[in-house]
Design a protein around this ligand. Structure first.
Ligand code: ADP
Length: 647
């Protein structure tokens, strides 16, 4: 054939709508036209020389013992020119259903086999029928056309991908959205065999729906053409022919990318909430309508003293026994009334009857409802406020103590001024008397002088006590201990008080042997005279003051017993506190600053001793002072030089 004629023929073939393929007797491709290039996605240069069977799926390469072209040629007469439906294979592997007609030209050696293909897209063409065609119709046919048209519009405009398939299963129709999911055009999809989507899940659903059972598929569809991955949900349903048999199926495709994103976001939010829930410093729990725990966080588990995982499914009484039954009254009330209980405080022991140290709780209980108002259960928020309560109590205690200190200070100031002033009036009177007598040249009365001196001594004593107390507070009361005969010290002090004893008598008992202590003579005398003065002062009716000194192994014990007013039991502990004066020692009847015993205790304790009292109101008191003897405070004798201690 002349080259010009060949080019002309080629141009004619390229202008044809249907794809043509020509091959030689060896079944290798000699020529394809432009329509074939478009349909199958190959350039003609790539195909020339390749076996024509490359354009068909491998399973069709041999048919009934013949190659596909030979088989089709053998069927030609029987078909009488009608096409055969087969699957052609595109370059990208997608299979398309086509109608093929095969012819042969020339002799054996110069044979040409010509394939004419037709893409099966009649259905899609009918979907795209313009509206005017339908509305121009009339009668039953026109009505049917209108219904079809509406149906098509519905399918086309649906926000879901929709495709129909026949029993083969080949896609017979679809909408644009479905085509966009797959990543190709609608034209390319119609006639496509579903098997070529190569997704086992989809095929299972296809088979199910062809067996008459609807089926759901959810998965990630990998587009063969665009390579995109789209999470989809496909609902498959069978389509029935008029005789009731399944003639195919329909798939409704939903792109669930957004849903997946929302789900992922929700999961993340829930995870964050869960983190908050777990770590919250407040106990959080949820009880269902049977008052069984659904969930609790770690803090509530700690409050209940039971691991969090042991809560679900159990009621409060099941978990906590009797206290749980009491605690359950709250949520029960909330369920019954639908009213919340806000800021309820309770104590573990008094309110709930739980054993162990007292704990305080503050609880909020509220009904948990669905958006339509149905009560799902009771939300529980519990705070352990024990620490806060303790701190509050501590603060209140400190406040009371501070108030008490202020009161004591005020009392002291008024007592001190009274006490200091009391001796001054008689003193100035006596001095005035003396002055008058001197002026008149009269003899001086030694009694008046003695009294004046006594008032001065008392005043000095009070001032000394005040100074000593402030020295003790500042830690500056100095002691000068030395070996001291305690028995002689007591005797000497008693003798010094002879002038003050009035209608009292002293009785002194002591062991024969001397009692020595390591002490500050002046300060120990101060202790003894304070006890004796008190014994005299608080025994207004006179009587015997018994002073006893005894010696146990290494402790000397002095006791001073008086028949006086005694001390109320609940005040005995505080007697030795600074400024403390017992209730029954009214300022008016018994002067004093409440410092003597405070100073005495400090002195005794700093000697390694102890001071205490035994007393009953109205029955007198006995004050005891125990001091370690000198022998007991001697350092242990060194073993190596015993001689040194012999002299
Ligand atoms: P005061 O100067 O008030 O006597 P003290 O410190 O010596 O101070 O005594 C403290 C308080 O102890 C006294 O106010 C008094 O209430 C009580 N008290 C001390 N000794 C006796 C006692 N022998 N009999 C009864 N009460 C006493």
């Amino acid at each position: 054939m002349a080259a010009g004629a060949a080019r002309e023929l080629e141009a004619i073939l390229d202008a044809a709508v249907d794809p043509f393929i020509a091959c030689g007797p060896d079944e290798r491709i000699l020529h394809i036209n432009a329509a074939t290039e478009r349909l199958l996605g190959w350039d003609r240069e790539q195909l020339v020389g390749r076996p024509v069977t490359d354009l068909f799926p491998p399973r069709l390469h041999r048919f009934h013992g013949l190659s596909l072209p030979r088989y089709l040629l053998s069927r030609r007469k029987a078909l009488g020119g009608r096409p055969t439906r087969v699957f052609a294979r595109r370059r990208d592997g997608v299979e398309l259903q086509v109608e093929v007609t095969v012819g042969a030209t020339g002799l054996d050696g110069d044979e040409r086999i010509v394939f004419t293909l037709r893409r099966l897209h009649e259905v899609i063409d009918s979907l795209e029928e313009p509206v005017e065609h339908i509305s121009s119709g009339s009668g039953v046919a026109s009505h049917q056309q209108t219904v079809d048209r509406l149906y098509r519009l519905l399918v086309e405009n649906a926000p879901l991908g929709i495709f129909h398939f026949d029993r083969n299963p080949v896609i017979t129709a679809c909408n644009d959205l479905f085509a966009s999911f797959i990543g190709t055009s609608k034209r390319n999809l119609v006639g496509l065999r579903l098997l070529t989507l190569r997704d086992e899940g989809i095929m299972t659903c296809v088979r199910e729906s062809l067996a008459g059972r609807p089926c759901d598929y959810e998965g990630v569809y990998h587009s063969l053409t665009t390579g995109k991955e789209i999470p989809v949900r496909i609902r498959f349903a069978p389509c029935y022919a008029e005789d009731g048999t399944v003639e195919g199926g329909v798939g409704i495709v939903e792109d669930i990318t957004e849903r997946r994103r929302v789900e992922a976001e929700r999961e993340e939010n829930l995870a964050q909430l869960d983190l908050l829930f777990r770590g919250a410093p407040v106990g959080i729990g949820f009880l269902d309508t049977n008052l069984r725990y659904v969930r609790v966080n770690e803090t509530l588990a700690r409050i209940n003293g039971i691991p969090a995982e042991d809560h679900p499914g159990h009621t409060l009484p099941e978990l906590l026994g009797e206290p749980g039954a009491i605690a359950e009254q709250g949520p029960r009330y909330v369920l019954r009334t639908g009213e919340p209980l806000v800021d309820q405080e309770s104590t573990s022991d008094e309110d709930l009857g739980a054993p162990g140290p007292r704990r305080w709780f503050r609880g909020n209980l509220y009904p948990v409802r669905t958006p339509d108002g149905r009560v799902l259960g009771v939300g529980v928020l519990i705070e352990d406020i024990t620490e806060r309560r303790r701190a509050e109590e501590e603060r209140a205690h400190l406040y009371r103590e501070a108030q008490e200190a202020i009161r004591v200070r005020d009392d002291f100031l008024s007592i001190a001024s009274h006490e200091l002033k009391t001796p001054l009036t008689p003193l100035s009177l006596r001095l005035a008397t003396l002055e008058r007598r001197l002026e008149r040249g009269e003899n001086l009365d030694p009694g008046v002088l003695r009294h004046a001196r006594h008032q001065l001594t008392r005043l000095t004593g009070l001032i000394n006590d005040l100074l000593d107390a402030s020295r003790i507070e500042a830690g500056r009361l100095a002691l000068h201990p030395e070996s001291t005969r305690f028995d002689l010290l007591v005797e000497h002090t008693l003798a010094g008080m002879e002038g003050q004893k009035g209608n009292h008598t002293f009785e002194f008992e002591h062991p024969r042997e001397p009692i020595s202590v390591h002490g500050d003579t002046f300060r120990l005398e101060q202790v003894v005279s304070n006890l004796l003065e008190n014994a005299l002062k608080y025994s207004p009716d006179g009587g015997t003051i018994r002073v006893r000194l005894s010696l146990t192994e290494d402790v000397a014990v002095l006791s001073v017993t008086d028949p006086g007013i005694g001390i109320p039991e609940d005040q005995q502990q505080q007697l030795f506190d600074r400024y403390f004066r017992a209730r029954n020692a009214s300022t008016r009847s018994y002067g004093g600053l409440g410092l003597g015993l405070y100073i005495s205790r400090d002195i005794v304790e700093r000697h390694g001793g102890r001071i205490w009292v035994e007393s009953a109101p109205g029955q007198g008191s006995t004050f005891y002072v125990a001091l370690p003897t000198l022998a007991s405070v001697q350092p242990a004798l060194p073993q190596v030089w015993p001689d040194r201690h012999l002299h």
